[in-house]
Ligand binder design. Structure first.
Ligand code: AMP
Length: 229
């Protein structure tokens, strides 16, 4: 994997140095964020330019904004009317709790944007999800099992997916989701941007990354609470 150059300017980067829409910057300001975290300043430019990214980052590093902010920006740059059941960006998470957290982030960063978001997980009625799916979704945050239910019912399709994110991929493998992930992958278009985030890089994660990512850039940051950071 190639690594981005860590330039000294990275360290003092401001959100306004990143090519983000004013409405996104306004949302960050409202959240009280002053400057990007290291994973954000390294990853956001790469995602904006269309690279696949293999991100080594734990919870607490700001990794969620690192992939959701450039995703929102790319959707804004290429507006498309949604077709029924279409999904433009998919964020897969291992648990409902994480799905809901990521969805809350997407909702707050994208609150001023004309985009449709949805979060689908199991253990709740599928009916409201079916209604949301029918209209098409710009950003779907989902757990693997419930997403497969939708794909089997053909309430959603991923033929036109533009960006795929696997968040906390190591936890997904630990929880035994590898077969579900492979079933989902079989339904994705070849041409897409893929981002994989994981706190650890086992042999299994590397294999998964090799099978999903194309010429990815590796970005790793230290633990948020370590002295190194
Ligand atoms: P995450 O690692 O994505 O779970 O984010 C950890 C926490 O950091 C969340 O509560 C975010 O709202 C917050 N956060 C993310 N990016 C920034 C930033 N640039 N400045 C301040 N807080 C942030």
């Amino acid at each position: 994997y190639c690594r981005p150059f860590a330039t000294p300017t990275n360290m003092n980067m401001q959100f306004t140095d990143l090519a983000l829409h004013p409405a996104i910057l306004a949302a960050l300001d409202a959240q009280g964020y002053q400057s990007p975290t290291p994973i954000q300043s390294q990853t956001i430019p790469l995602i904006l330019q269309g690279s696949d990214v293999l991100g080594g980052a734990q919870t607490g590093t700001g990794k969620t904004a690192a992939f959701t902010l450039p995703m929102l920006q790319r959707l804004l740059e290429q507006p498309k009317p949604l077709q029924p059941r279409q999904v433009r960006c998919l964020i897969l998470t291992p648990t409902r709790e994480l799905a809901q957290q990521v969805a809350d982030n997407v909702q707050s960063y994208g609150q001023h944007l004309p985009l449709r978001y949805a979060v689908f997980y199991g253990g709740v009625s599928i009916n409201p999800q079916l209604e949301a799916a029918e209209q098409g979704i710009d950003i779907l945050i989902a757990t693997p099992g419930r997403l497969l239910d939708h794909l089997h019912q053909r309430s959603l399709d991923l033929f036109q997916l533009e960006i795929l994110v696997l968040d906390e991929a190591d936890r997904m493998l630990d929880m035994g989701f590898i077969h579900d992930i492979k079933r989902i992958m079989a339904k994705l278009p070849e041409t897409r941007q893929t981002l994989l985030f994981s706190a650890t890089f086992s042999k299994e994660i590397k294999e998964l990354a090799d099978s999903l990512l194309k010429q990815p850039v590796l970005v790793e940051v230290a633990r948020a609470n370590s002295t190194a950071s």
